[in-house]
Design a binder for this molecule. Structure first.
Ligand SMILES: Nc1ncnc2c1ncn2[C@@H]1O[C@H](COP(=O)(O)OP(=O)(O)OP(=O)(O)O)[C@@H](O)[C@H]1O
Ligand SMILES: [Mg+2]
Length: 250
C-alpha cells in the first residue's frame, strides 16, 4: 500500500498535508497520535469512504481513487475502484455488524454477493473463520445476543472472509469493556502470526502496538512526526512531540 503526495481537506481544514508512506506486503504498521490528527481519515481514504483532495493511494500496485493518465490526474472509474477495494478489509471501533442477520449470514454476505461464491463454498469457509476467532458455537446467534468482544471477533472474521491483502483496524477495542479487550487482541495477534496480510492499525493499546507492529508511525497535524521499530518509538523516541504524547497516554 502506498500513499503518494496525499492531501485531504475538509472545506478549508487541511487534515493531511502531502503525506507519503508505504506499507510493504505482510508488514504491520501502527499509527499513533493525538485525537483529530487524521488517523481515521487515512483508513477511510483507503476504504474509499472519503475522496482524496490531492495525490494518489495504491493498493497492490493498483491506483485506488485517482491515477496518472498521460500526465493528468484522473479519477479511477467506479467499476475498477470497487474491484480494487475488495482487496481491503476494515474493522471499525463500532462493530457495524448487520443487525438483522445471524453471525454466519454476516460473514457470508460479501463472499456471496461480491465475490460470487456459492453457499457451498462460502459456508465452510465462514465456519473455519468462526472457529479461528473462537465463535463457532455462536454461528446462528444475532449480533444483539453477543457481547461487544464477541461482536468484534465476528467483525474480524467478516473482514477476513474476503481474503483481503490489506486489513485496516481502527481502534477496534476502544468501545469495549476492559475485560473484553484481551480476547480481541489475542485473535488479532494470532491472525498476525498465521497470515501475511498487511495491516494498518490505529490503536491506543500501546502494548498491543509493541507486540504486533513491525513499524510505528507517530502522527500529528497531518504529518508523520517520527517512525521506526516499536522498541525505538516506545523506548527512546527522538521527537519532543512523540515523547509528550507517549507520556500522556502511557
Ligand atoms: N466528514 C468530515 N467532515 C469534516 N471534517 C472531518 C470529517 N471527518 C474528519 N474530519 C476532521 O478531520 C480531522 C481528523 O479527523 P480523524 O477522524 O481522522 O482524526 P483521528 O486521528 O482519527 O482522531 P481520534 O483519535 O479522535 O479518532 C479532524 O479535525 C476532524 O474534525
Ligand atoms: Mg479516529
Amino acid at each position: 500500500m502506498e500513499f503518494r503526495d496525499v492531501v485531504k481537506k475538509f472545506g478549508d481544514n487541511t487534515v493531511l498535508n502531502d503525506l507519503n508512506f508505504t506499507v510493504a506486503k505482510g508488514e504491520r504498521v501502527t499509527l499513533i497520535g493525538p485525537s483529530g490528527s487524521g488517523k481515521t481519515t487515512i483508513l477511510r481514504l483507503v476504504m474509499t469512504l472519503e475522496e482524496l483532495t490531492g495525490g494518489y493511494v495504491f493498493v497492490g500496485g493498483d491506483p485506488l481513487q485517482y491515477e496518472d493518465r498521460g500526465g493528468k490526474r484522473q479519477r479511477v472509474p467506479d467499476k475498477v475502484r470497487r474491484r480494487t477495494t475488495t482487496q481491503i478489509g476494515m474493522v471499525f471501533q463500532h462493530f457495524n455488524l448487520f443487525p438483522n442477520m445471524s453471525v454466519l449470514e454476516n460473514i457470508i454476505e460479501a463472499p456471496l454477493h461480491v465475490m460470487g461464491l456459492s453457499k457451498a463454498e462460502a459456508i465452510p469457509k465462514a465456519e473455519a473463520l468462526l472457529e479461528k476467532v473462537g465463535m463457532a458455537d455462536k454461528r446462528d446467534f444475532n449480533p444483539s445476543q453477543l457481547s461487544g468482544g464477541q461482536q468484534q471477533r465476528v467483525a474480524i472474521a467478516r473482514a477476513l472472509a474476503m481474503d483481503p491483502e490489506v486489513l485496516l483496524l481502527d481502534e477496534v477495542t476502544s468501545a469495549l469493556d476492559p475485560e473484553l479487550v484481551g480476547e480481541v487482541l489475542t485473535v488479532l495477534k494470532d491472525i498476525a502470526e498465521e497470515t501475511d496480510i498487511s495491516m494498518l492499525i490505529v490503536t491506543h493499546e500501546m502494548q498491543f502496538a509493541r507486540d504486533v507492529s513491525d513499524r510505528v508511525m507517530m502522527f500529528d497535524e497531518g504529518r508523520i512526526v517520527e517512525e521506526g521499530a516499536p522498541e525505538k518509538i516506545f523506548s527512546s523516541p527522538e521527537s519532543q512531540r512523540t515523547q509528550d504524547f507517549l507520556r500522556a497516554v502511557l
